[in-house]
Design a protein around this ligand. Structure first.
Ligand code: APR
Length: 187
């Protein structure tokens, strides 16, 4: 499903984040930046050791105690099609009264800002925090879509294409429904 937000095209697709041909893909990392399961494991497996080496350098130079939730850092794409991987740490769901929504919003906004800072024209997001971190997809999807809309509508951005890549049919349908509600007419 595709939408337009001003000049920017928003795509909602089902697939594997590691195979996306956008300039950047976003990793749902953990604070260690040393890999894990889910998206994180898939990206490190497909991207190869170069990504982890760059993450280790970032840890040593900038985040010795780990990347805090909500922050984002950027590495090359290693062996991936994507030129860049933007690593962000989502909030762990604790019931919704511990500021998880704000942290998730920060993840999306910081990834968008990092991409813009590099002059990146296209990027793909997974559904951050809705796997191991347990964030309800409906609520997380609403934050994801609204943060992208608010960012693109309020800034001069280099981005021309933003893609949400969902791994399951139910998650795809949830994001499509949210996007239709928030953006109305689709392309
Ligand atoms: N491509 C796209 N989406 C994927 C893929 C993939 N290859 N693999 C999993 N997903 C989906 C999951 O189904 C879920 O909807 O991405 C979403 C996020 O799930 P996780 O990868 O578990 O990420 P998150 O919930 O943010 O938890 C992060 O899990 O893998 C560890 O190191 C990671 O500790 C961190 C935690």
């Amino acid at each position: 499903m595709r939408f337009k937000i001003g000049r920017v095209e928003l795509e909602i697709v089902r697939g594997d984040i590691t195979t996306q041909g956008t300039e950047a893909i976003v990793n749902a990392a953990n604070s260690s930046l040393m890999g894990g399961g889910g998206v994180d494991g898939a990206i490190h497996r497909a991207g190869g050791p170069k990504i982890k080496d760059e993450c280790a350098k970032i840890r040593n130079e900038s985040w010795p105690d780990g990347l805090p939730a909500g922050k984002a850092v950027i590495t090359s794409g290693g062996n991936l099609k994507a030129d860049f991987v933007i690593h962000t740490v989502g909030p762990v769901w604790r019931g919704g009264n511990s500021g998880e929504g704000r942290v998730l919003e920060n993840c999306y906004r910081n990834c968008l800002e990092l991409a813009d800072g590099e002059g990146i024209g296209s990027m793909s997001f997974p559904s951050i925090s809705t796997g191991a971190y347990g964030y309800p997809v409906c609520e997380a999807g609403r934050i994801a879509v609204r943060t992208v809309i608010e960012y693109v509508s309020s800034k001069e951005t280099h981005l021309e294409k933003i893609r949400f890549v969902l791994y399951s049919e139910p998650d795809l349908k949830t994001y499509e429904a949210i996007s239709e509600k928030e953006l109305g007419r689709r392309l």
